[in-house]
Design a binder for this molecule. Structure first.
Ligand code: ZN
Ligand code: ZN
Length: 351
């Protein structure tokens, strides 16, 4: 089968590789259908690292994906404990926790110390024609959702988890820094969660247009304004209840803290390239901010599927570029260059 491996920074090569072995107990084999490209993939592509994980041998990227069940191992039960069937289209939660440790047992599988993650070194991801995955990580997709929406259920899951942590209250105010796919989904969910004022900030106008179209009450280009001043002016000097950082987590973390009201909440979703959190202590302390670090998601797929199916979140509108598996290197280069209009890049793997 064909597989695309990252060999080092910006070096992706397509090669023929053996397919997966028959699925073991609790596993299924998937024919991969669609894979999304995400900011964390771009980090690995550009630097060969993410956080303190370094890619020391070639790895297959791709953690946002869907596929069609091709073979079943014993006891192949999906994420809602239902038997999977051959031919079913499923979206896959990429983190596989142990389900047995203290954190898993306490309802925090996203913090499991024994987990592995498809597409994060050393575990291979979905940029290949076939792979075995944990059945429990599979969530069947309704017919109403197209294949290319499948990978975006992961992105939406990240946004849902951030919103859960934000504890947005009805008629509250929220600022979202960064209107990439995760940020614009967070802005949309903030509206759905009842926020009256939602500020979106980004440096690309096409993203801000989408944030406005999806309900953000204010959308500003950070190159044209001081975002902290904008929030101060439009909230009468008070600041927002919740500030959510969903960009590159550089000076935008400080801006989020500067925008939050006294006693407000920061939710940090973005991942900084230099692995450093930049925050002036006195601002956070004097305001008595609550700072939540958002770590992936927990069992968000059923809600993500419900939001996408009802049309409350129009995931397909986020897809801006489509490539095939053979064009993986081109897809990464295009996304890394932030070509105008780029939102979500989807790689089609199956026919
Ligand atoms: Zn992702
Ligand atoms: Zn665990």
């Amino acid at each position: 089968m064909q597989a695309a491996r990252l060999h080092g920074p910006t070096d992706i090569r397509l090669a023929d590789e053996p397919g997966p072995p028959p699925p073991g107990p609790g596993e299924v084999t998937l024919n991969i259908g669609a894979v999304g490209l995400c900011g964390s993939d771009l980090h690995m592509y550009e630097t060969g690292r993410i956080g303190y994980t370094t890619v020391s041998k070639p790895v297959i990227l791709g953690h946002e994906f869907m596929g069609v069940v091709a073979a079943l191992g014993a006891d192949a039960l999906d994420g809602e404990h239902q038997p999977l069937r051959v031919g079913q289209r499923v979206a896959v939660e990429p983190a596989v926790p142990c389900w047995r440790c203290e954190l898993c047992e306490n309802g925090h599988p996203n913090l499991c110390p024994n987990h592995y993650f498809y597409g994060l070194f050393p575990e291979d991801g979905a940029l290949r024609e076939r792979m075995n995955v944990s059945a429990r990580n599979c969530f069947p997709m309704p017919d109403a959702l197209s294949d290319e929406v499948g990978p975006l259920l992961e992105t939406l899951g990240v946004a849902i988890h951030a919103i859960d942590l934000s504890k947005i209250r009805i008629a509250g105010s929220v600022a979202v820094l960064g209107a990439g796919p995760v940020g614009v989904l967070i802005a949309r969910l903030a509206i759905l969660a009842g926020a009256a004022q939602v500020f979106a900030f980004d440096k690309f106008d096409w993203r801000l247009r989408m944030a406005r179209a999806w309900g953000a009450t204010y959308a500003y280009n950070v190159d044209d304004c001081d975002p902290v001043d904008v929030v101060r002016d439009l909230t009468g000097g008070r600041g927002v209840d919740v500030a959510i950082e969903a960009a590159w987590a550089d000076h935008s973390v400080q801006q989020a803290a500067d925008m939050a009201r006294n006693g407000g909440r920061l939710v940090l979703v973005g991942i900084p390239p230099d692995d450093k959190l930049q925050l002036q202590h006195s601002v956070a302390r004097r305001k008595g901010l609550t700072i939540m670090m958002s770590r992936r998601m927990k069992h968000t797929y059923p809600r993500a599927i419900a939001l996408a199916t009802s049309g409350a979140v129009k995931l397909e509108e986020l897809v801006s570029h489509r490539f095939t598996l053979a064009e993986t290197a081109q897809a990464y280069a295009s996304n890394a260059a932030y070509e105008p209009g780029v939102n979500k890049v989807i790689l089609r793997v199956g026919s």
